[in-house]
Design a protein around this ligand. Structure first.
Ligand SMILES: [Zn+2]
Length: 459
């Protein structure tokens, strides 16, 4: 079969372009990951699902092992410090616990783990190195224990977001400070008080700004330039603009990444999601509690509900959408599909739809056509490619007896993750409580020497 042409919308050029990797033997993609201080909301799940689909598609085209996907974990941030203080717990305990929950939530959404999930706190040396290079090239300056990027030193600043200058200045003026030379200059490094996390640096004990974290981690794991950089549309300015400024000025290239991809906003039942409106939903709530629609939702249903809308469009997250997604999945998981052998070729039309800037609405309508035509083997292949194959959820009642459903398994994994976090925080009473909670359901845990926990169902 002839390899399909992949075309992706590039925010940098505001056009859909044929994708040509720098090195077809290793396609490299970076996506901004979570700041681990609280449960991820359903809007945060959108880039995770969208770029997981792209990762799967790239592996289909360039083959598994020839794609490197990096999604970072921001584990140093002022929001983390504030939350840890509020809860009266150790910063490390908070980030470990939050990250464990995030990993188990996105695994339940059938997202493959990225090849590398670097942590900001493990890349401080690279951040300092980039900052030193920027200072040496007059793109940054140190003042009062701070180091700032000098925006006027970069002629092409603003090329990604294309915002009018006065709008960018207005945005940057939010933090007026005496050590700032230019209104739009942004922080690369800042001093830490004794109780704040900090690292020794040429500018005293301090901590990095957020933007420099991604420049350092993408450099370490993907190189000075790479193929695709992704994230939510809210990251275009200032985060991605500033990542580009740092990396281009430090390394002297025309681009940081060739293709910049951004998913659209998410709202809930027609309204902006916010804590004050009471419509703030976390991935965890949808999977594990009855807060949305009075029931729990399987991860595959949430994933399909997300992919029904094209990733660049705004999405309205509704109960009706989830119900329709569930009905579709149920319809696609007929017995002949589940029992069909694996490995059928993906129908060319469906691959072509996905290759046209991830046209998932088109792919989904073609899936309906496959189902109608009774093409069980092909349907199974497509569902597997898109991370929508979830036979356990839709297994006929009675079949398998004491077998656990995917949903039950993901709940067990989530409790185990909470228990590991409790142990990391040396809260052994909570750890024992969670173990007994699972034991009551016939789940027996075994703690391994390497720090992992495995389980068995003695149902
Ligand atoms: Zn980033």
């Amino acid at each position: 079969m002839v390899a399909p042409v992949l075309r992706l919308y590039n925010t940098l050029t505001r056009s859909r372009e044929e994708f040509r990797p720098i090195d077809p033997d290793l396609v490299r993609m970076y996506v901004c990951g979570p700041t681990v201080y609280d449960y991820a909301h359903i809007g945060n799940a959108r880039p995770v699902i969208v770029f997981d689909l792209l990762y799967r598609l790239l592996r289909q085209i360039y083959c598994t092992g020839h794609v490197k996907y990096v999604r970072n974990i921001t584990d140093v941030d002022d929001k983390i410090n504030a939350r840890a203080a509020e809860r009266g717990i150790d910063i490390r305990a908070l980030t470990e616990q939050t990250n464990a929950i995030f990993q188990s939530d996105v695994a339940a959404l059938n997202c493959l783990p990225p090849d590398v999930q670097p942590r900001a706190t493990e890349h401080i040396a690279q951040m300092i190195e980039i900052i030193q290079s920027l200072i040496a090239q007059n793109h940054a300056y140190a003042a009062d224990g701070h180091v700032l990027f000098s925006v006027p030193s970069m002629a092409e600043y603003g090329r990604l977001s294309r915002r009018p200058l006065d709008e960018m200045i207005a945005g940057a003026r939010v933090d007026v400070a005496p050590y700032k030379q230019g209104d739009m200059d942004f922080v690369l490094w800042k001093p830490s008080a004794a109780q704040e996390p900090g690292w020794e640096s040429p500018w005293g004990r301090g901590r990095p700004g957020w933007h420099i974290e991604c420049s350092a981690m993408s450099w370490k794991h993907l190189g000075e330039t790479f193929d695709i950089h992704g994230g939510g549309i809210d990251l275009v300015f200032p985060h991605h603009e500033n990542e580009i400024a740092q990396s281009r000025c430090a390394f002297g290239h025309e681009v940081m990444a060739n293709v910049w991809m951004h998913n659209g906003f998410l709202q809930v039942e027609g309204e902006k999601m916010s804590k004050s409106l009471g419509n703030f939903i976390t991935i965890h709530d949808l999977l594990q509690s009855d807060t949305f629609g009075g029931r729990r939702w399987p991860g595959a249903v949430l994933r399909l509900a997300m992919l029904r809308t094209h990733y660049r469009q705004p999405i309205d997250w509704t109960l009706k959408g989830l119900e329709e997604a569930e009905a579709n999945l149920r319809n696609w998981h007929e017995a002949e599909v589940v029992s069909a052998p694996e490995g059928a070729e993906i129908p060319a039309q469906i691959l072509a739809a996905l290759c046209e800037d991830l046209n998932t609405p088109e792919a989904i309508s073609l899936i309906h056509a496959l189902r109608k035509a009774g093409k069980a083997r092909e349907l199974k292949s497509v569902l597997m490619l898109m991370g929508l194959y979830a036979p356990d959820i839709f297994a006929k009642a009675g079949a398998g007896g004491a077998e656990l459903s995917a949903e039950e398994r993901s709940q067990i994994e989530a409790v185990i993750a909470q228990r590991l976090a409790a142990r990391a925080a040396k809260n052994f009473a909570e750890s024992d409580r969670l173990r007994d909670h699972l034991l009551a359901k016939g789940i027996v845990l075994k703690d391994n020497k390497d720090g992992t926990t495995t389980w068995e169902h003695k149902g």
